[in-house]
Design a protein around this ligand. Structure first.
Ligand SMILES: Nc1nc2c(c(=O)[nH]1)N[C@H]1C(S)=C(S)[C@@H](COP(=O)(O)OP(=O)(O)OC[C@H]3O[C@@H](n4cnc5c(N)ncnc54)[C@H](O)[C@@H]3O)O[C@H]1N2
Ligand code: MOO
Length: 401
């Protein structure tokens, strides 16, 4: 090969920057809440209502005027006349006067005239309580103004509560619903996913000698779905330029092509040639292991990220480079103590699979790029900077898986 006209052996950080620069602005689509788990919010969300919508009781009990109850004790209870009931969704219609109270339930609006709550545990039923909402009750201690949830205590109507860029976790989806939104705008790349390799076979089919099940496409589709992106499954292409061209050409409507395999030095590794001949290469090879041969460029007007075929390499490059760029979120990292030594590589950052236990991480015993169990059994990728061996007892950065 003549001297390449594209960057080679870039750092992990450079790989992220170069890939990010290729991506168009993320398309924003509107999804029902139930479909938006894991997605990135595409615009700020404003509260359509206040929550609570009115000042309401935090307890089941009675609502009354605190001033009426200040002397109440178990030895000298204060009696109040029950004039009605306030239920969540069915507030008390009238005004509560001195010496009066209403039965109230958690989440029910505080009736006009009242300012405090006494819970059922601190009440004794008085005379004439045959009709539940009438009669008298005796308070064994003063009612408390603090046992209410003030109107707008969570958020006020019109307030911007969630910012664009937030990842929609279950709690954030619940919040979006509470704000009054049935659907949310999300940033959603449509990612076309292709496996390459003559030997690659869909799971469920018989496996001939030398063949391997297509684990990459399953793992990558799951990672993309988890990150909230739409997967356009292009299936699998054998090792030929024509087959690659044909399958990738079927990626109509996609914003990005993600492939696995065919990016290294072999005679049948055609992804690089395809980009070189018919598109462009933005970089080839990243100073990392696993995942060194990763390829990035453009083809057919679309950004392409070519992940290496080795199963661990493919998933690790996705986690460490592709995902943070797509989501805009930094890697989830932690500092822990190395329980075993971790060897460095001279010219690459190593992402060794590690098993966490409390504040310690130990080496997973088999680190081969084809040992998929090293990823499934590991909790973390141990980041070992180039040339800096980590001794047992030293602090080390891990990426949480
Ligand atoms: N002479 C060199 N050989 C290799 C180098 C190198 O620098 N010089 N790099 C090695 C590294 S590191 C990796 S990683 C691999 C990457 O190779 P490719 O991306 O070209 O991948 P393939 O050759 O197509 O496959 C490698 C390996 O992975 C298996 N594979 C492929 N696709 C899948 C799939 N969808 N599901 C499961 N397994 C898959 C494939 O059968 C091979 O065993 O290159 C090294 N070689
Ligand atoms: O770096 Mo390769 O990705 O080790 O097998």
């Amino acid at each position: 090969m003549t001297a390449p006209t594209f960057p080679m052996h870039v750092s992990v950080a450079q790989a992220r920057e170069l890939f990010a620069a290729l991506l168009p602005a993320p398309p924003v689509v509107t999804l029902p809440l139930r479909k938006a788990l894991g997605c990135t919010l595409g615009a700020d969300l404003t509260a359509l209502v206040s929550h609570p919508s009115a000042t309401e009781s935090a307890l089941d009990g009675i609502a009354c005027r605190e001033a009426d109850t200040l002397t109440a004790s178990a030895g000298a209870p204060v009696a109040l006349r029950v004039v009605g009931e306030s239920r969540a969704g069915e507030p008390f219609a009238g005004e509560v006067g001195p010496g009066e109270c209403v039965r109230i339930y958690t989440g029910a609006p505080l009736p006009p005239g009242t300012d405090a709550i006494c819970p059922v545990e601190q009440l004794r039923e008085g005379e004439g309580t045959s009709a539940v909402e009438r009669g008298t009750v005796e308070l064994l201690r003063p009612a408390r103004p603090g046992d209410v949830r003030p109107e707008g205590g969570d958020f006020h109507a019109g307030e911007t509560v969630m910012s664009a860029g937030l990842r929609l976790t279950p709690a954030r989806l619940a919040l979006a619903a509470a704000l009054g939104h049935a659907q949310v705008p999300v940033r959603r790349w449509r990612v076309a996913l292709l496996s390459t390799g003559d030997e690659v076979v869909a799971p469920g089919q018989p496996l001939a000698p030398g063949q391997v099940y297509d684990s990459n496409r399953v793992g990558l589709a799951a990672l993309l779905t988890e990150a909230g992106y739409e997967v356009l499954d292009l299936g699998h292409a054998p090792d030929s330029p024509a087959a690659l061209r044909e399958r990738l050409g079927a990626a109509g409507g996609a914003d990005l092509l993600l492939t696995s395999g065919g990016v290294s030095m072999g005679r049948y590794d055609f992804m690089r040639d395809l980009l070189l001949g018919e598109g462009e290469i933005t970089f080839w090879k990243v100073k990392m292991r696993p995942g060194g041969p990763a390829l990035c460029g453009r083809w057919g007007g679309l950004p392409v990220f070519g992940l290496p075929g080795n199963p661990v390499s493919s998933l690790v490059v996705f986690q460490v480079i592709v995902r943070p760029v797509l989501t805009g979120e930094p890697l989830p990292t932690r500092q822990v103590t190395a329980a075993t030594p971790f060897a460095s590589l001279a010219d690459k950052t190593a992402f060794w699979r590690g098993v966490l236990s409390g504040d310690e991480v130990r080496d997973y015993p088999r680190q081969g790029s084809g040992v998929l169990r090293s990823l499934s059994d590991a909790d973390a990728l141990v980041v070992v900077p180039e040339g800096q061996n980590i001794a047992a007892g030293e602090r080390v950065e891990v990426v949480l898986l």
